[in-house]
Design a protein around this ligand. Structure first.
Ligand code: ADP
Ligand code: MG
Length: 578
């Protein structure tokens, strides 16, 4: 239960401002997160951690001398937007390039990837190092699909120590990837966590059971087994992690026994008493082990064991001194050394809006009307979408869609009132959606709408060919970014038949409003039949079997929205899309 909040929607933001107030010696708030109050030397490679809130001390608690140069902070369990990542990257940059590091979640991969492209366009070398330590989330043949959990801390530590020691961006990246390749984590959950303002936890584990294979976003465990003694839990965790010892290891390992949020330190110590001797019996030498809360999941009860198999390169980096708000080690230069950042980096330039042609301005008003209709539909279906997403995902799809469309509508309304054309109105709506929805679907909708808007433009009336081109641009952007194909159980399963039916219906000469209705019907049917599919991408993939029988939430919300748009377009004779 999370009890202390004002409006639950503001929880993450308000928590971050209290944190920044308390730790102003270490961090300076910037749009999208925090950076070090006293940045490293000019030319330093900067290392920025990020992801959603709810994982403290990850991620903002790890900013300071020896550790992070900045942190990008999203909403609870929600990827920060690409704009946030770009903003923090720009503010933290010291001229030596930027490395973003984060756990492997689709939303984060996309948002940080877009931010890297945006920074590169300004001549800043920016790269992502993605953490994939959770052995139980995918098999050893598919390590690139594994989630990032407490092993985040290991990879962050190595990257940051290398950067602090003056390594260039190639070397920092290489060492971070090596640390990730040599880190394995297995975890167990005893109870789910509860979102601020929510009454029920995201999942429950009955008192007599434990869930093996925890996630850190309230994802249910992969397998539920009877609750075991500390001895058996210790044995299970050690056996699981050692099963994947990398070849050619020296036998020296860094270790983390991580508490997920409401597991007591005394319980962790007791468990450590079971784990340390077993690791020693396996012939391992433990190097500066950590027992405590390093990567949490709100108030979840659970533990995970991470090992990093060290070598001569990694060991000094694992042991290097650090001083941050949440974590200290050895004697780091200290937060008070160096000079304060004057915050001189200008805020990101906001793209100016040129007025659209009169006909495009009228169309922009239609975009606003249709966005309003979509918002209403998604609000009405929020609970349904949340429930679908909670079966195998993290339950936030309903909220994310409402938040995204709410922001999209506000942005579209604002720019249309400033005489924007239809294309800019749609593009800005997309940007706002991506920024505020969080989650994978928000990033995808945002980029796809921006792409559609660019095709519509701000000058011309839009005929059937124009609508088809915009829909194609939407679909292309979606697949370019998300890399899903039909059958993966994602939005694409509804988008692809929608686009195909629209093309066919227009080609046979049906009026656009009728073609749109037919396309929406295809999307609805296709979304419903995703119930028979196993997810191959996204958060639901590790829980693939649980999702059988439930349609994909993103495909469902897409179908609901296009059905609403088709109805609105059919009844609204003024629509300039005939
Ligand atoms: P998150 O998974 O980050 O919590 P949401 O819950 O808002 O995001 O959205 C989940 C939906 O996003 C899924 O049901 C799926 O339709 C869609 N999705 C996830 N990954 C992809 C992808 N790579 N390509 C297309 N759609 C995706
Ligand atoms: Mg979700």
């Amino acid at each position: 239960m999370t009890r202390i909040h004002n409006d639950p929607a503001d929880f993450a933001e308000e928590a971050l401002s209290g944190f920044a107030l308390l730790h102003e010696r270490f961090v300076r708030p910037v749009p999208g997160g925090v950076v070090r109050r006293r940045p490293g030397p000019q030319g330093k490679t900067v290392v920025i951690f990020g992801g959603g809130s709810g994982h403290y001390p990850a991620f903002a608690g790890l900013v300071g001398p020896g550790f992070g140069d900045g942190s990008v902070v999203g909403n609870i369990f929600t990827s920060p937007s690409a704009q946030y990542a770009y903003s923090v990257g720009r503010q933290a940059n010291r001229g030596g390039g930027v490395i973003f590091s984060f756990g492997n979640y689709a939303g984060d991969v996309m948002n940080f990837g877009i931010a890297c492209e945006q920074l590169a366009a300004e001549g800043i070398d920016a790269r992502s190092v993605i953490v994939t330590d959770d052995m139980l989330s995918a098999s050893v043949d598919e390590t690139s699909k594994r989630r990032g959990i407490a092993g985040d801390f290991v990879v962050f530590k190595v990257l940051a120590a290398a950067a602090e020691a003056g390594a260039g961006i190639n070397e920092v990246e290489r060492l971070g990837r090596k640390a990730n390749d040599r880190t394995r984590t297995a975890g167990i959950a005893f109870s789910g966590c509860t979102f601020p303002g929510a009454v029920e936890p995201l999942f429950t584990v009955d008192r007599a059971s434990m869930a093996v294979g925890l996630g850190i976003h309230g994802e249910p465990g992969l397998e539920t087994v009877p609750l075991q003694s500390a001895r058996e839990i210790g044995e299970l965790l050690v056996r699981t992690v050692l099963a994947e010892a990398p070849a050619g290891s020296s036998g020296r390992v860094g270790v983390i026994l991580n508490g997920l949020g409401s597991t007591k330190y005394e319980e962790l110590f007791l468990l450590w008493g079971e784990i340390a001797p077993r690791l020693a019996d396996a012939g391992l030498q433990l190097v500066e082990p950590e027992v405590g809360e390093l990567v949490t999941s709100l108030d979840m009860a659970g533990v995970s064991l991470s090992l990093v198999w060290l070598d001569d390169e990694l060991e000094p980096l694992w042991c290097a001194p650090v001083e941050t708000p949440a974590y200290r080690k050895g004697s780091a230069p200290g937060a008070d050394s160096g000079s304060d950042d004057d915050g001189a980096v200008a805020d990101a330039v906001v793209e100016q809006i040129a007025p659209g042609s009169p006909v495009s301005q009228e169309l922009a008003a239609q975009v606003v009307a249709l966005t309003t209709a979509a918002f209403t539909t998604v609000r009405e279906n929020e609970d349904l979408l949340a429930q679908m997403d909670s079966i195998a995902g993290d339950g936030d799809h309903g909220r994310g869609m409402v938040r995204g469309l709410d922001a999209a509508l506000a942005a579209a309304t604002a720019v249309a009132a400033q005489s924007a054309g239809a294309g800019s109105t749609l593009a800005r709506a997309g940007d706002a959606w991506a920024e505020h929805a969080g989650g994978t679907s928000g990033v995808l909708w945002g980029s796809a709408l921006r792409a559609a808007g660019q095709v519509l433009g701000d000058d011309d009336a839009v005929d059937a060919a124009g609508v088809l081109a915009a829909v194609d641009a939407y679909a292309a952007a979606l697949t370019r970014l998300g890399k899903a194909v039909p059958g993966d159980k994602t939005m694409v399963d509804a988008v692809a038949p929608f686009a195909a039916t629209l093309h066919d219906a227009v080609a046979t000469g049906r009026p656009l409003s009728e073609a749109f209705l037919a396309a929406a019907a295809s999307a609805s049917a296709a979304a419903a039949s995703t119930a028979d599919l196993l997810p191959k991408l996204g958060r639901a993939r590790p829980h693939a079997h649980k999702s059988l029988g439930t349609p994909d939430p993103g495909a469902t919300s897409f179908a609901l929205i296009v059905t609403t748009l088709a109805d609105a377009a059919t009844h609204e004779r003024k629509v300039h899309v005939e």
